[in-house]
Design a protein around this ligand. Structure first.
Ligand code: HEM
Length: 487
């Protein structure tokens, strides 16, 4: 009996190795399977994707296929050729891989889900007049939260980590703006959601990679439950208003999504709308605090706009649109810290044509992945001294926005890509930019805020978060702040 079982196991293993032993055909990109059967490069990829993909680029060039936990992923790192992927939404599908992540991270399954209806809904609510309205609600919420943080004790400094300060304020204000209208006890509730969300967020990359240990799995399950119940308390019973949340819920109901999945979908939306803005504001404010020249340039720009304001309370937000210096600082911040993977599932085998004329066969069932962080964002051929923060990198000498960047003598369409590009470009870009600008304006005009240690340096990004949007720091920067007495 023992020998039969052993023989069977042996046969299964040999069969498995034969089946998973793919070889490269001449017209395919270089193939690197790694030495571990099935797992391939999964561990190195998960530890620090940027380092791993940079190593692969040096070995194979700007297109190659790697094996990662049973999947074959073709990575393209030539920004001139990105349109070959971004413009092909027929063969290269955005939603299937998104559904895999939805299941792993949010335990959410929406099998008949219509992504285009959902996207059209978002575009309606996050653009034009609706966006102006959202911006003004967001501004009110930010102000109220900042007041409630500082009001009890106006004279003394309050201390916090800069990451927590930015993430907490923007997350809670964003939550109240998009999810909190139905709540009676707004501010306490938003703090509870933030607290649980941070626990959830800290396990997110491991959930996405299916790498939680049993204890982490238990914590992830209970935090998810807690967030589902906090969020379902904010769910409107009936559709009474024309808000994004109410219309989104109605859309799920129209698709016959049951109540349990509706609740889970709320957490997905909370993450999609709030997961990147706070971390982005942290890096921006951090870079400004340690670069006095950049801070002065932004202050000067805001001051000159404030001089045009009618009231001492500040500037109506719609007047704050023309801010090339702030825009350059934000572009530069995101160039250094926004590191999403742009992943597509290959639905049919296809030939990928690169900008320089090379052609590669891509197999059905594989994944295509762009990683703009390596190129264009950190590419020394495009951005001089790419590891340095230069606040005016995206400014022309006449103060207008710089849009001309070159590689190998060719002008680039994609020279930084924090918001993605093409059909699936970020729908929330304008709302995110406005929120960060509002927070910065409030910090600069209403608070005294400084580093506890003036010699602080920027913390490093946590390498396990490459691929998941804006990086988060390893450690924090201690700050102290108080309301300005004059206001
Ligand atoms: C700093 C903040 C943010 C960054 C860096 C960011 C980045 C991105 C990127 C890179 C993509 C493209 C993903 C791909 O092509 O695979 C994306 C998509 C998306 N983003 Fe954002 N995002 C941010 C904030 C927001 C906010 C505030 C919202 C909503 C209010 C939002 C809603 C979306 C949605 C709905 C999509 C999917 C679009 C589609 O289905 O085609 N994002 N975002």
């Amino acid at each position: 009996m023992f020998w039969t079982t052993l023989l069977l196991l042996h046969c299964v293993l040999v069969l498995f190795l034969i089946l998973s032993n793919r070889s490269r055909s001449k017209k395919e990109p270089p193939l690197d399977k790694g030495i571990i059967p099935w797992l391939g490069h999964a561990l190195e990829f998960g530890r620090d994707a940027s380092k791993f993909l940079t190593r692969m680029k040096l070995k194979h060039g700007d297109i190659f296929t790697v094996r990662v936990a049973g999947h074959y992923v073709t990575v393209l790192l030539d920004p001139d050729s990105y349109d070959a992927v971004l413009q092909d939404s027929v063969t290269l599908d955005f939603t299937r891989y998104a559904q895999v992540l939805m299941q792993r991270i949010f335990s959410l399954s929406l099998p008949n889900h219509n992504n285009s209806t959902e996207k059209a809904l978002m575009m309606r609510h996050f653009q034009g007049d609706s966006l102006t309205c959202l911006n003004s609600v967001m501004e009110g919420n930010l102000q109220a939260l900042l007041q409630s943080e500082t009001i009890q004790d106006q004279k003394n400094w309050k201390q916090d980590g800069l990451f927590n300060f930015c993430y907490s304020l923007l997350f809670r204000a964003g939550y109240l703006t998009l999810f909190g209208a139905e709540q009676s006890n707004h501010y306490t509730d938003s703090s509870a959601v933030y607290k649980e969300f941070r626990k959830f967020d800290s396990l997110l990359t491991k959930m996405a990679r299916n790498m939680l240990n049993p204890e982490e799995k238990r914590i992830a399950g209970s935090v998810r439950q807690q967030l589902w119940s906090l969020l379902s308390a904010a769910l409107p019973g009936e559709k009474t208003e024309d808000t994004w949340l109410q219309n989104y819920l109605q859309h799920l109901k129209d698709e016959a999504v049951d109540e349990e999945m509706q609740k889970r979908a709320m957490l997905l939306q909370l993450w999609a709308t709030q997961g990147n803005v706070g971390p982005a504001a942290f890096w921006l404010l951090g870079f400004l605090l340690i670069n006095p020249e950049a801070m002065n340039a932004v202050k000067k720009e805001f001051d000159s706009l404030l001089l045009q304001a009618d009231s001492p309370q500040g500037l109506p937000f719609d007047k704050l649109q023309n801010t090339p210096v702030f825009d350059s600082v934000l572009n530069e911040t995101l160039r250094l810290t926004a590191a999403p993977f742009i992943t597509r599932e290959v639905l049919h085998s296809k030939t990928l044509c690169m900008a320089d004329g090379r052609e590669y066969d891509i197999r059905k069932g594989d994944r295509m992945c762009l990683f703009p962080y390596i190129s264009p964002q950190m590419d020394p051929e495009i951005h001089e001294e790419p590891e340095k923060f230069k606040y005016d990198r995206f400014l022309n000498s006449n103060g207008s926005e710089k849009r001309e960047f070159y590689k190998g003598g060719r002008r680039l369409k994609y020279y930084t890509m924090p918001w993605g590009a093409g059909k699936n470009k970020c729908v929330g870009q304008q709302f995110a930019i406005s929120s960060i600008k509002q927070l910065l304006l409030m910090v600069l005009t209403r608070l005294d805020l400084e580093l506890c240690d003036p010699a602080s340096t920027m913390p490093k990004g946590n390498p396990s978060r490459y691929g998941f949007g804006v990086l988060q720091p390893e450690g924090d920067m201690e700050i102290r702040y108080k309301l300005r007495c004059t206001l």
